[in-house]
Design a protein around this ligand. Structure first.
Ligand SMILES: [Ca+2]
Length: 335
């Protein structure tokens, strides 16, 4: 090997070796311990949110403890697993709601993109009904966690979180669900509600769960309300990516080809971004109390001692679109 080749090889090895450590330095702290709760299917911003989450995991900023479905539809867990597998993490625990009631919903697009992904990406998948009970997954992971260490990010219905709060002592913990959450959860980041008042899909589709979960939740909650992600359009650049066989590109291509030609709202991505990286510098926050009413609508009362926080605008929507879409376009490290 001549000197030039040796130097080149050394530089390449060092570049590879330092890639993650530099990004770890960027993170400055231990990775966020995250459980994601998603309804992926009725909307596809969850696809962008999961891509963003895996991008931040590849730069050591988040450790994904579980990816759970809040939706009974049989293809929700398969789509979650396709995205986890695509990004090199096929073994992330999954789970699904097992309680009565709740929501069973899939895409209303003409092209059923969840079916398309399941047919195209022949990864081994677990259908939603066969997945473990999400409450059991929560209780096991929380019981094993350090106190106040777990961030939960919900970007779907609040079904599992309601069931978790109502759960009782079991083989994993002698604590009730509410006590377990109070002890182990750092905070909840929720794409839920509309502020200062209104009615938002993730809450009203399972209003009784939404009412119980939010009103009874024993830690701080950061809400990314409907009004935050609604003006942040993303996906057009994902469609134009020069990559083959990306489930992220496929989902956005199929959906944006039908409507949302200028990009899809980024409700769910904003919640995951804040759950992992914090609200600064992307947003400001306002402190107070969100109350969910029985019809799934919500109110907001600003106060200095409330345990809730709502995101408020700081950056302009165009800048946030670029930041979020950059993460959504992330490619798996080992592809
Ligand atoms: Ca969602």
């Amino acid at each position: 090997m001549n000197n030039f080749k040796f130097i080149l090889l050394t530089v390449c090895l060092l570049a590879g070796f330092t890639a993650c450590t530099n990004q770890e330095k960027e993170a400055k702290t231990t990775p966020v311990q995250l459980i994601l709760d998603t309804d992926i299917g009725p909307d596809f911003d969850d696809v962008g949110a999961m891509a963003l989450m895996h991008a931040l995991a590849d730069s050591c900023q988040v450790e994904i403890l579980a990816t759970l479905s809040s939706n009974h539809h049989e293809l929700v867990v398969p789509v979650i697993q396709i995205l986890n597998s695509y990004f090199g993490r096929p073994d992330i625990p999954v789970g699904a709601p097992k309680s009565e009631g709740g929501v069973t919903l899939t895409s209303d697009h003409q092209v059923k993109w969840p079916e398309f992904l399941v047919q195209k990406y022949q990864y081994p998948v677990t259908y939603t009904n066969d997945a473990p009970d999400a409450v059991e997954v929560y209780r096991k992971l929380l019981s094993e966690a350090e106190d106040k260490s777990v961030t939960i990010c919900t970007i779907g219905f609040l079904t599992n979180l309601c069931d978790l709060l109502k759960s009782e002592a079991d083989e994993y913990s002698s604590l009730s669900g509410k006590e377990l959450v109070r002890k182990k959860v750092k905070h909840l980041v929720a794409m839920a509600g509309r502020f200062p008042a209104g009615r938002e899909y993730n809450v009203y589709k399972d209003a009784s769960s939404g009412e119980f979960a939010i009103n009874e939740w024993p830690t701080e909650i950061i809400f990314s309300g409907w009004e935050i992600g609604n003006k942040i359009l993303t996906g057009k650049q994902c469609v134009e990516m020069v990559v083959k066989d990306s489930p992220v590109k496929d989902a956005y291509s199929l959906c944006l080809n039908e409507r949302d030609f200028e990009g899809r709202m980024s409700w769910d991505q904003t919640a995951v971004l804040v759950a992992v990286k914090g609200y600064k510098p992307y947003f400001n926050i306002e402190q107070g109390t969100c109350t969910i009413l029985s019809d799934g609508s919500n109110t907001w009362k600003s106060s200095e001692n409330g345990s809730h926080f709502i995101l408020k605008d700081n950056m302009n929507a165009e800048t946030l679109s670029k930041i979020i879409e950059h993460y959504m376009m992330h490619q798996p490290l080992n592809k």
